[in-house]
Design a protein around this ligand. Structure first.
Ligand SMILES: [Zn+2]
Length: 440
């Protein structure tokens, strides 16, 4: 039985066109904060750390136990559970129309060492909540729905990278925090690393992907805003910066005859900060590591090596920030009698914009539920950035108290989690219905 009960005023959403502005439904279906908190608490038992968070690194005993709990929850909701070759746990709910591709949604349950109870977990618990709501209201979607918990997100987006066919042998050979290589870890959790390509999906295989996640920053919490509509995951570029001066005796070389690489480096670090500050926008630039050579208290440093990282949602903007920093560096080098060289490291990840129509669907769902929302970039990496390569992708943020994350102290209230799950629920229904119009 197909029942399009109250779908929060999104009946006019013509995905991928803009949802028309419609008045809020009187009594839209909304997520249960208590049920979500209950599942968060249940999951928090696996790898609980003394500070109140979890240390549930991928492939550890705690991860294996948490995964078993999740598979049971999925089965209890009537989902058909499978583990793909990358160890991704996928729970499928059948749709009513043959031949339609699944709408995929979820996040991850692995944590960083010394992590909290919300990063990733809110997205998986939110996905379970969506299925609970569908079951409660006897709603059958046209598309099959698939809840996903990606393998080893914190170790390098392992599961989603495999799903887009880009998990390399080198990545599988890296050592994970569990003490196992990623390859052995995937095998431990029921994947098939020798046949990893079986996990790969092609463009067109998935109708859409949605991820609910905590913001991990402070914009929403400080602005008292309910929902972040993620415009994309910022790109990242890294450089090794080498400043070369002249090493000399720190006692006998007068101040006006020095070519001090450390002083030049200090000025450059300030200039990098100033440059990123002075431009309009949310670009960030960071010096996170610095080392002086020869590195003795009584020697003027002849060489300093430091890192430079730039992040933004716009690749051209990132380049502009770098160009401006280079101009500053040239000036500093001239004045200090040093040379400054930038060597880019090949770890760049390009900006991954979300799908514009998906953003509008999410914003429309938030609006119809009476929730305030803000379009914003994600400064942290997520599985959604991989999925955006092969399917229309949308991402929903909920507030992180104080912007704290990757810490036992990260916190999101049950009400905020439920707001996010309600938006996820109505977004999925909008995508499911809207596709009718486009035949997608
Ligand atoms: Zn996460």
């Amino acid at each position: 039985m197909l029942r399009h009960t109250v779908i929060a005023g999104l009946s006019a959403a013509l995905f991928p066109f803009l949802p028309l502005a419609t008045p809020a439904a009187d009594d839209p279906i909304t997520a249960s904060p208590e049920r979500m908190q209950g599942r968060i608490d249940a999951l928090a038992r696996f790898g609980a750390n003394p500070e109140g968070g979890v240390s549930r690194v991928a492939f550890s005993d705690a991860d294996v136990e948490g995964r078993a709990w999740l598979a049971q929850e999925m089965e209890a909701l009537g989902l058909e559970v499978r583990v793909d070759a990358a160890g991704n746990i996928i729970g499928r709910r059948a749709g009513s129309e043959r031949g339609l591709k699944p709408i995929l949604f979820g996040s991850h349950i692995d944590s960083v060492p010394g992590g909290g109870n919300y990063d990733g977990q809110v997205g998986v618990v939110g996905a379970l909540e969506v299925v609970s709501l569908l079951n409660e209201h006897d709603i059958v979607t046209r598309h099959p729905l698939e809840v996903v918990s990606f393998t080893d997100e914190e170790g390098g987006l392992t599961g989603s990278r495999a799903m887009i066919g880009k998990l390399t042998d080198a990545a599988m050979d890296t050592m994970s925090h569990s003490g196992l290589t990623v390859r052995d870890g995937i095998a431990r959790v029921g994947g098939d690393p020798a046949n990893i390509e079986a996990a790969a999906q092609k463009p067109g295989d998935i109708a859409a992907f949605l991820e609910l996640h905590i913001e991990q920053g402070a914009y929403l919490h400080e602005g008292d805003i309910d929902i972040g509509v993620v415009e994309g995951i910022v790109g990242i570029r890294w450089w090794d910066v080498t400043i070369t001066g002249v090493a000399n005796h720190a006692g006998t070389t007068p101040m006006n005859r020095r070519q001090d690489a450390m002083v030049a480096a200090a000025r450059l670090a300030l200039a990098i900060n100033q440059t990123a500050n002075d431009l309009e926008g949310r670009q960030v630039a960071t010096v996170g590591r610095i080392q002086a050579f020869p590195g003795a208290p009584n020697v003027i440093p002849g060489e300093v090596r430091m890192s430079l990282e730039i992040r933004d949602l716009d690749a051209a903007k990132m380049q502009r920030v770098f160009d401006l920093i280079e101009i500053e560096a040239n000036g500093i080098a001239d004045e200090s009698g040093t040379s400054i060289e930038f060597g880019e490291i090949d770890v760049a990840s390009p900006p991954a914009p979300t799908d514009e129509a998906m953003r509008d669907v999410i914003a429309g769902a938030a609006g119809s539920l009476g929730l305030s929302h803000l379009y914003m970039p994600s400064g942290a990496g997520h599985d959604a950035q991989d999925m955006a390569m092969i399917t229309p992708t949308g991402m929903i943020f909920v507030p992180s108290v104080g912007g704290i994350s990757h810490s036992p102290h990260e916190f999101t209230s049950a009400e905020d989690m439920a707001n996010g799950a309600s938006v996820l629920f109505h977004s999925i229904l909008a995508v499911d219905r809207g596709n009718e119009q486009t035949g997608r």
